[in-house]
Design a protein around this ligand. Structure first.
Ligand SMILES: Cc1cc2nc3c(=O)[nH]c(=O)nc-3n(C[C@H](O)[C@H](O)[C@H](O)COP(=O)(O)O)c2cc1C
Ligand code: SF4
Length: 401
């Protein structure tokens, strides 16, 4: 299968007309980006999780992304994360049925958290390309060749189960220093075998997984990946290599589109978000012994970057120049004219996370011409709510549930 071309994208492409994403058709070009919903206690799909996505679907986005679905128990961020085993299929089927009935498509963000996993909560060592201390103070375990084979198979099984559950799209997580992103990072991947060293070697495991997922789902659903353009960490994965890696993905031809992100959930999360760092609210989610330590390291872990509308656009443009495959712009999109100009300059889709947490019906308001900008103020106080039911704190009560 060959990658689809974004060439010939005319500036007149309209936002609110049906458009192809690989084998599927979306009703418009706006996708709700992944926001771990914190509504799957002990990994079970809850009515709250379904209602969350129903609201987004009814609110006009073409596709909502369910996040985050782990391919194996040791790939969970913590124990309240859905694992894409056979037992998850009926609950997820209820969710995709509800999303479809509300008029949108459903994407499953699948991945392995690797070093970002909470080892204490999972009661299993976190996995990483090389042994290191994780932020929770535990030592990670370096993955073996057997782990790489096993995890690749788990991606296959997870993707097959997501299709069985009715998802229209599989989004493979290649960002934020989760396991596959950690393999790409020269800082986190210190291996000297065929999985480490040169970019070709560090890229081997992520490419193997992407091809395995495409292999198992065939042309039944779309397959995308969320890729870090830059980790935002000294010695990490940066533009010099990420554009080259994206070219390799394009030549493999397994993806229908690439969503462009950045940052590290391990050591620089605010690079993802920009805007205010919610240090006090984040500290309040930690157990008391860790809270004291967070007071010392909190300002470097959650260091602030100024928010700008579409803050990843300058980096994403370099991907647009280097690739022909469809690209999804993400990061700080809050205005209708930003979406229009991004599509006009060749991005096939735009993804939004916080703007749609704040107003799940924003896209329909844009389409009806009753608004042209979102109300999210980038305070990032929704970030720590992932532990108690993800929501915008400015919406009254537990509004996203
Ligand atoms: C509460 C919250 C939870 C998030 N969870 C995930 C996640 O599970 N997976 C992921 O790839 N990104 C996650 N993100 C990042 C978003 O997908 C997106 O990359 C980021 O918020 C920037 O986009 P925005 O400016 O449109 O919000 C999360 C963001 C927020 C605010
Ligand atoms: S809490 Fe609400 S306003 Fe603040 S960043 Fe999150 S979605 Fe936006």
């Amino acid at each position: 299968m060959t990658a689809k071309s974004n060439e010939g994208s005319a500036p007149v492409r309209t936002l609110f007309e049906p458009v192809r994403l690989g084998p599927i058709t979306l009703k418009n070009r706006i996708i709700k980006a992944a926001t771990f919903e914190g509504a799957s206690p002990k990994g079970a799909v809850s009515d709250e999780l379904i209602a969350f996505h129903q609201r987004v679907a009814a609110g006009g986005a073409a596709m909502t992304t369910v996040a985050y679905l782990a391919v194996s128990p040791d790939g969970r961020t913590d124990r309240h994360c859905v694992v894409l085993g056979d037992e998850a299929v009926p609950g997820l089927r209820r969710l995709t049925d509800a999303v479809h009935a509300a008029g949108a498509a459903a994407s499953a963000q699948i991945g392995h958290a690797g070093p970002v996993a909470n080892a204490r909560s999972n009661r299993a060592a976190s996995l990483a390309p090389s042994r290191r201390f994780s932020p929770s103070g535990t030592l990670t375990r370096a993955v073996s060749d057997d782990d790489i084979g096993r995890i690749t198979e788990e991606y296959r099984r997870g993707a097959a189960n997501a299709v069985e559950a009715g998802f229209d799209c599989i989004e493979i997580h290649l960002g934020h220093n989760y396991l596959l992103s950690a393999f790409l990072s020269p800082k986190l991947n210190r291996r000297t075998d065929q999985w480490g060293g040169s970019l070709a070697n560090r890229a081997r495991f992520p490419r193997q997984v992407v091809s395995a997922v495409r292999d198992v789902v065939g042309d039944k659903v779309a397959v995308t990946a969320k890729l870090n353009m830059a980790d935002g960490v000294a010695g990490g994965f940066w533009m010099d290599e990420s554009v080259e890696f994206a070219r390799l993905l394009e030549s493999d031809g397994a993806l229908d589109a690439l969503e462009l992100t950045g940052g590290s959930s391990l050591s620089n999360p605010m690079y993802l978000f920009r805007g205010e760092a919610p240090r006090r609210e984040f500290a309040a989610t930690l157990p008391a012994p860790l809270r004291a330590g967070f007071r010392v390291v909190g300002s470097s872990f959650l260091r602030e970057y100024p928010f700008e509308e579409a803050y990843f656009l300058p980096y994403a443009r370099q991907f647009l120049a280097a690739l022909t495959m469809p690209l999804i712009l993400l990061g700080g999109v809050n205005r209708l004219d930003t979406v229009e100009s991004a599509v006009g300059e060749g991005f096939s889709f735009v993804a939004m996370a916080r703007a749609l947490l704040r107003e799940p019906d924003l896209v329909s308001r844009w389409e009806r011409g009753v608004s042209d900008a979102g109300l999210c103020i980038h305070c990032n106080k929704c970030m720590p709510t992932i532990y108690s039911g993800t929501r915008c704190v400015l919406v009254g009560g537990n509004a996203s549930h």
